[in-house]
Design a protein. Structure first.
Length: 192
């Protein structure tokens, strides 16, 4: 069963609305998380797709029947990561990713749990030391897949702008944020 997690009750109603829209049924429970939002994260490039496994709005199926989905970004979406989260698959060393550090204040006090995360596809920034750029989007050059084992996908809205964002988290805390001006959570799933 999926839950809505919240450190306190200040914006629970928005999290409930997002959860209930996404799964097309009432939220079943709420639970606090043992972590706090990070104060800042590094923006490392463009999020091209989010893959997840969910039991959302499938009529006639049990709640534990999961189906895999892939949301391909329809608009520009940026990926922010926790320092040290991205590791080289061969050496297990932290990747030297490029991009600006973004301050994350204010953050919501509640978010909706949407699904189990399968992975994220991203184009990492290239840097010449003073500027950041993206590889050519018409090829697979610079396209990487991030494996997010044991992670959950959540969603909320920034309190100051009301813009939707996605959060990928584990029991340890927030690992990734996906933000975009057109990003939204609707009955059909993630859009934008």
């Amino acid at each position: 069963m999926r839950r809505v997690y919240h450190p306190n009750r200040s914006d629970v109603s928005e999290a409930l609305k997002i959860r209930e829209t996404f799964v097309d049924r009432p939220a079943e429970r709420q639970q606090p998380v043992p972590w706090q939002w990070p104060r800042s994260m590094r923006e490392v490039g463009r999020c091209e797709a989010v893959m997840y496994s969910s039991d959302k709005w499938q009529p006639g199926r049990g709640r534990d029947w999961l189906e895999d989905y892939k949301h391909i970004a329809e608009g520009v979406q940026w990926l922010l990561v926790r320092p040290g989260f991205l590791l080289d698959g061969k050496t297990d060393r932290a990747l030297d990713v490029k991009g600006p550090v973004i301050d994350l204040a204010p953050m919501p006090q509640s978010f909706a749990v949407l699904a189990n995360v399968l992975g994220v596809q991203v184009r990492f920034y290239l840097s010449d030391g003073s500027e950041y750029s993206l590889p050519n989007a018409s090829s697979d050059e610079g396209l990487y897949e991030i494996d997010c084992k044991h992670a959950k996908l959540g969603a909320s809205r920034f309190p100051d702008t009301n813009d939707a964002f996605l959060v990928i988290y584990t029991a340890a805390g927030v690992e990734l944020l996906i933000v975009g001006e057109q990003l939204a959570i609707e009955k059909d799933g993630i859009v934008g």
